[in-house]
Design a protein around this ligand. Structure first.
Ligand code: ZN
Length: 270
């Protein structure tokens, strides 16, 4: 019931659609319950994940079978939680598959959640190799999650130098110490504003998506309005619709397919 409960919690705060990203079963995953709990909810789209420590082919076959049935629009790779770089040869099979199926590839980038085991000594979760992969797969979209925090400058470089790379502000408000969210917001907004000062902010605003995060109590999932407020402060009210919706449609082309089917969005949208 974990997933269903989260969906309810989320839609108590927001209307519209949401992408639910599957976690590795070895972290906090919900196994196949994830599918059964989301399948009848037409507000939810699924981002699958790949366990890089297990054989890749059978996992991709399973995703292929579930693609349309569960509206799968992307695949997440948990860099850092697993000791693998984005440009590891083993992952090319995933990128080939994503290209063929029109899926986006999402990477966990930056620091891991405090309460989950991740590899902290080597920076596997860097977005720099994502930039290399994005050049090898120009027709596929890649998403650097969490702004690669605290490597904000790396992330800005990669998204601005690669048309097919996007990022999001999810996962920034981990809050195990129960601080006032205004303290966390001030810290992140100051850091990101400093990093962005060298670049054209209006260009960055075309590549950023809203997101919360969830891996347990204290992860900031409930801070939906705080994340939206953050996006507003950083990029201005005029970019909010891009960050909440339009950029997401660009970053996940498979999403457009489903939304167009249901006539939620004007077909002329570009
Ligand atoms: Zn992540």
């Amino acid at each position: 019931m974990q997933t269903k409960k989260l969906i309810e919690e989320y839609f108590n705060k927001r209307e519209g659609f949401a992408i639910s990203i599957k976690a590795l079963d070895s972290l906090i995953g919900n196994g196949d319950d994830f599918y059964s709990e989301t399948k009848d909810d037409d507000r939810i789209f699924i981002c699958e994940c790949i366990d890089c420590l297990k054989p890749i082919t059978p996992q991709l076959n399973k995703i292929k079978n579930n693609l349309n049935k569960y509206k799968i629009i992307g695949i997440k790779i948990y860099l850092g939680y697993q000791p693998i770089f984005a440009n590891d040869k083993k992952l090319f099979e995933v990128y080939d598959f994503a290209k063929k199926q029109g899926l986006s590839v999402v990477f966990h980038c930056g620091v891991g959640a405090e309460n989950l085991k991740s590899e902290k000594n080597i920076n596997y979760a860097s977005c720099v190799p994502v930039g290399e992969i994005a050049k090898l797969y120009p027709e596929t979209n890649f998403i650097v999650s969490h702004f690669d925090y605290p490597h904000l400058d790396d992330c800005l470089n990669v998204i601005l130098n690669n048309k097919n790379v996007f990022t999001d502000i999810s996962g920034e408000y981990e809050n195990f110490n129960n601080l006032d969210y205004s303290i966390l917001m001030k810290d992140f907004i100051t850091k990101l504003n400093n990093a962005m000062s060298k670049y054209d902010k209006s260009q960055i605003a075309q590549k950023v998506m809203f997101g919360t995060d969830y891996f347990g109590i204290g992860s900031g999932f409930e801070a939906v309005e705080e994340y939206i407020e953050t996006a507003k402060i950083l990029f201005g009210e005029q970019n909010l619709e891009n960050i909440l919706f339009n950029n997401v449609l660009k970053a996940y082309p498979a999403l457009q397919k489903y939304l167009f089917l249901d006539n939620y969005v004007d077909k002329d949208y570009e």
